[in-house]
Design a protein around this ligand. Structure first.
Ligand code: NAP
Length: 553
């Protein structure tokens, strides 16, 4: 029988082998470490059974229905969006004892971006153990970077665990939201009206597709659609496919379909840096072992969080040494391309991470297949039979995929939000989207953003950002609950100081080092978090600073 001390030693040995395996570039060493891990997994499972551990999966501590939850004064809460942010909000409201909430979701299912994006190869390029909520651990991730369908399943399990579905109104497209005297009145295109004291837009920022303004787009005779509108049943096999754009969505699609299409043309306007990221499969033995030891899943979360925060997060906000490590890895990846002409086409003319970094170990391979062409000549127009280039040549196509990104600065503008006195959110944001510490907005009482302006932290885990924000909002609600306040909103001078703080840090970021990206708005402004991830976490965890909020009875 494996005693307590041996158990700890085996856990430590397993995690050390795991971290060493992730960091090594020596495939023989990696194989040796993996073998050692398999042995430890078998021993740890045997030990768990002997010790009578149940294959609980880290969710046991969050059985909110078994816990004594504080009684709350009546406070009705309306959340817009059933994606990562809205579901996290619902889950934590449950745990905190705020049961009077509704989630308004325009589509027919939960998941947000993971429901809408069904293109082949859709996956998360943030490590799965980190792309998870700490209060809803998942020992069962099947890969280092989980496929979209698996993430949707995880969110679905979350919705079931917290009995969120009974609070969700599907098919509710919010068209206007007005605040007056402690009450938000929310109307939908379907003709319903909801009233709530607290209004939480959790609509995210990757949900409004950008269709490129290329002449002739409507005249294409084949299938043409945005990457986010790829029908699950659409099969590109044997077709001549063109794809405009080479961002994260395109890279995943290209890698996935190149083997099945007749021919693939990637229309690239600007070259991208690509960080190599092999997508390891996780064995069933490993998943089973982790299901007995939620503490190990947490160690994995912590490892990846440190990697993304200290390595990646600092690299984008001015740490030159950290940035060099990424630059070297991306350069080595680029240097692996044999054909000098292709390599030249794929070489960016701006620093690594200026645009959102691409993570892929399969994209460059795909581009080097004989049935794939990288087209860097500019597009003149779209014609019925294909794409006409400025030099007059025609690329004939059956299918044209527009992987041309999203209007990332729209946020929740389409909800037509207005406050007493008539000020609209669109007026408040006419010089750019803003918020106080990513959560509130001066002039708009009882409104809390999840995933709004200043909440995106580089390539970090959206789930972690949402979790931090959600808990921050709950502390504001607790203060309302404790004091009996009917209204809360940030002081305008606090918001101005915060926006100045964020804008003052922009110059340190790599995002303004000489490229165009979705981080910048139409005027070149930035409305994402511009300091380190650690600073965001600290602000979310230690706050809210109640002195910066105005509470009204
Ligand atoms: P994106 O990164 O904004 O890329 C859009 C692409 O379309 C760019 O290559 C852009 O070229 C090109 N483009 C746009 N308009 C064009 C035009 N008129 N003519 C020619 N090319 C045009 O969009 P995305 O790939 O959908 O990714 C958006 C974000 O979604 C990502 O950055 C990421 O945050 C998220 N995402 C995440 C994952 C994940 O695994 N976690 C996967 C997919 C997406 P230019 O570079 O020249 O502008």
């Amino acid at each position: 029988m494996m005693g307590e001390i041996d158990l700890k030693a085996a856990q430590d040995a397993w995690t050390q082998a795991e971290f060493a395996r992730i960091m090594t570039v020596d495939s023989q060493e990696a194989a040796h470490l993996a073998e050692r891990q398999h042995e430890l997994e078998a021993s740890l499972i045997a030990a768990a059974k002997t010790l009578g551990r149940s294959a609980g999966d880290g969710r046991a501590a969050h059985r909110w229905w078994e816990q004594e939850r504080p009684p709350r004064r009546p406070l009705r809460i309306a959340i817009v969006g059933g994606g990562v942010g809205g579901l996290a909000m619902g889950a934590r409201l449950r745990e905190a004892g705020y049961d009077d909430f509704v989630i308004l979701e325009k589509s027919d299912d939960i998941g947000g971006t993971w429901h809408h994006n069904n293109y082949p190869g859709v996956a998360c390029d943030v490590a799965s153990y980190f792309y998870s909520f700490t209060f809803f651990k998942n020992p069962g991730w099947s890969q280092m970077f989980a496929p979209g369908s698996e993430i949707k399943r995880y969110l679905s399990e979350l919705a079931d665990h917290y009995r969120l579905r009974e609070h969700i109104r599907f098919g509710a497209t919010v068209t206007s939201c007005h605040y007056d005297n402690g009450v938000w009145t929310i109307s939908t295109a379907e003709g319903e009206t909801f009233e709530a004291n607290i209004f939480i837009p959790a609509t995210g920022f990757l949900h409004i597709p950008i269709l490129p303004a290329i002449e002739g787009r409507d005249r294409f005779a084949g299938e043409i659609f945005h990457s986010s509108a790829w029908r699950p049943d659409f099969d590109s096999s044997g077709k001549r496919v063109g794809i405009i754009g080479n961002g994260s969505s395109s890279v995943q699609i290209v890698s996935n379909i190149v083997d099945r299409v007749d021919h693939l043309t990637v229309f690239q306007r600007t070259a991208q840096w690509v960080f190599p990221a092999p997508n390891d499969y996780y064995s069933e033995l490993r998943q089973q072992m982790l299901s007995y030891y939620p503490e190990l899943t947490h160690r994995l979360f912590q490892f990846f969080m440190d990697w993304y925060n200290d390595g990646f997060g600092n690299a984008v906000t001015g740490d030159a040494a950290a940035q060099k490590r990424f630059a070297d890895a991306c350069q080595a990846n680029l240097d692996s391309i044999a054909d000098p002409e292709l390599r030249a086409k794929l070489t960016p003319d701006y620093p690594v991470m200026c645009k959102r970094l691409i993570f892929s170990s399969t994209y460059f391979d795909a581009l080097q297949r004989s049935n794939c062409a990288l087209e860097t000549r500019s597009i003149a127009r779209i014609e019925p039979s294909g794409v006409r280039l400025h030099d007059g040549s025609l690329v004939e196509l059956d299918v044209l995929v527009l992987a041309t990104g999203f209007d990332t600065h729209a946020y929740c503008r389409s909800l037509n939000i207005s406050a007493a006195g008539g000020q609209t959110l669109n007026q408040a944001w006419q010089d750019g989207a803003r918020s106080f510490e990513s959560i509130g907005l001066a002039g708009f009482p009882n409104l809390f953003f999840i995933g709004g302006p200043y909440s995106t932290v580089g390539n970090l885990s959206t789930m972690t950002c949402a979790e931090l924000q959600v808990d921050h909002v709950i502390r504001l609600l607790d203060e309302m609950d404790r004091t009996g306040a009917r209204e809360v909103m940030p002081h305008r001078d606090a918001e101005d100081a915060f926006v100045d703080e964020m804008q003052g840090a922009v110059a340190n970021t790599v995002w303004v080092s000489g490229c165009k990206s979705w981080y910048l708005d139409a005027k070149g402004g930035i409305d994402i978090w511009t300091k380190s991830p650690a600073a965001f976490m600290d602000r979310m965890v230690t706050g809210p600073d109640l002195a910066k909020y105005h509470f009204k009875a």
